[in-house]
Design a protein around this ligand. Structure first.
Ligand code: SME
Length: 151
């Protein structure tokens, strides 16, 4: 295994979910492991249901249950099928402040086998500019691991 910290973390996360097909359990353990690895404020998942994202397993302060397509950072990442790094949430028009402590955010879509967006990984932190390209690569790797769990 390579010494690259992101690859090492991805291998650890892959091992954590290997052979488990209980989606809620897998998402719960991934949010717990990522939360510990990254020491962030809020770490979790929203899953697509119709025209909304519904709150999934997470770690951190309580959060909004539903986000409409195109709304906030999560709904925009879904609508535009792209990851979004927000260095300063106050500069993102329409940002949804689930926690007033959140200053920066990263959202990465999770795709299903068909290629549709099945949900998003959302991570928030109290530090402005907390998220970088290594975090993006880590979360894109996690999203890739989750593809087989969704149609
Ligand atoms: N800030 C997000 C909402 C979800 S919470 O951060 C957990 C957004 O603007 O989509």
């Amino acid at each position: 295994m390579t010494a690259d910290p992101t690859n090492r973390r991805l291998a650890e996360l892959q091992a954590l979910i290997e052979g488990e097909n209980n989606l809620v359990g897998v998402l719960a353990n991934l949010s717990a492991a990522l939360h510990e690895m990254l020491s962030t404020l809020w770490t979790g998942f929203y899953l697509v249901e119709g025209e909304e994202l519904l709150l999934g397993p997470f770690q951190g302060p309580v959060a909004c249950y539903r986000i409409k397509k195109g709304r906030g950072v999560c709904g925009t990442a879904w609508d535009e099928s792209r990851p979004i790094i927000v260095p300063d949430v106050e500069q993102f028009p329409g940002h949804i402040a689930c926690s007033s402590r959140s200053r920066s955010e990263i959202v990465v879509p999770v795709y299903g086998k068909s290629g549709r967006v099945a949900g998003v990984i959302d991570i928030d932190d109290e530090k402005p500019g907390r998220f970088n390209m290594a975090d993006l690569r880590l979360l894109e790797g996690v999203a890739e691991m989750l593809r087989p769990y969704f149609d």
